[in-house]
Write a protein that binds this ligand. Sequence first.
Ligand code: SF4
Length: 449
Amino acid sequence: MIALHARGIEALMWPYHPDLLARPVPRYTSFPTAAEFTSTVGAEALSAGLEGVSGDVSLYVHIPFCEEICWYCGCNTGRTNKVQRLANYLESLSREIMLVGKRLAGGVRVRRIAFGGGSPNAISPFDFVRLVDTLTVHLPLHEPVMSIELDPRTLTPDWGAVIRCVGITRASMGVQTLAPALQARIGRVQSEEIIRRGTDLLRQAGISSLNFDLMYGLPGQTNADLADTLARTVAMGADRIALFGYAHVPHLIPRQKQIDAHDLPGQEARFRMAWNGWEQLTRAGYQPVGFDHFALPGDTLAQATLSGRLHRNFQGFTEDEAPCLIGLGASAISQFPEAIVQNEKNAGRYRMLLSQDRLPGAAGVLRSAEDQRLGAIIESLLCRNEAVLGPETMADMLPALAPFGERGLVQTRGDVLVIRPEGLPYARTVAALFDPYRQDSPRRFSSAV
Ligand code: SF4
């Protein structure tokens, strides 16, 4: 696992090989990926998955609302402009929680709850407390670690009080960039003062792990813009930083058509930005987690990285070791060892299903033993930069790995494949070699960097 000090960083510089980055690849927050979901796997698989859960389990609760919709956003979310729509959704969500609770066996313990969206703080603090009450009444919560995604523009003191009283200790704020001109270009204007106030409020509310979501590769963004945003983020004391490459795919996300993309950075410029960000944050004392996440050494995500306990699920990198994740809400995804099931995405149909007391699983994929084996290799490559392949798979894969090996990006140790520090930005591309579903899928995924 990479634990670099300034001395090691000096010697490292990511080599740029455009031919190896030409093919868009999934983020591999699951395997098989969502591209393999079909409607033949749905409520039945969800029900079986829930009934098979034992021991510790995690929850993800999706709130698909935001006060304002950012132009770049690919999330399943809509505006909170209709009070009745919001109330109806929360009622359906409560019904889903009850249905799920009835299917869980005795001995199941919910140890983590992540509230995401959308922006959970788009609903009222009162409604949020009611939602937490419903979870408490119907599900076997066992002192869960709770986290929440927040829009700093609508983070009021009431929310600080609720976060403290409910016992949420982890939060993530969408910041993206602190450059006002870039904010205007992506439809997300928020002053640094708002971010600062949000940070103070969350610290006072007891948040001990605070993540900032940031982006590189924005139209018109320069290396200096990125460096400035990173420096200010570090100064504000973010415990975790997710530095995502902006993927401009208006054919898939129509709201991105509002973004003037004439001066989007090209692939090489993006690659340099990713490197610059990695170098700046590593020098500032952050532990790299994968190639685009960073955590202060005391943070649990950094500790999981260093001890080889890092995992990957639909929320990205996590120290969560529970084998099952139950997704609640429209479009939420549940992950079980033998199946992945996504709830109905359309809020109207989601409500209709729940009004008939039906589980809202609508699409998904069954995971064969081979899927599980390959998924473990992919997860290990992304989380630990190495994976045990076994002699047979190693022999099969050597030809495909050759272009990476010849350029010093990967190496082999017996039947272990190792991604070298220079190969970090190619990790998703290397992982994709083990994905038999990825033959020709040029438009559905983003660039690896
Ligand atoms: S606040 Fe977050 S979830 Fe909502 S539209 Fe903006 S980026 Fe998307």
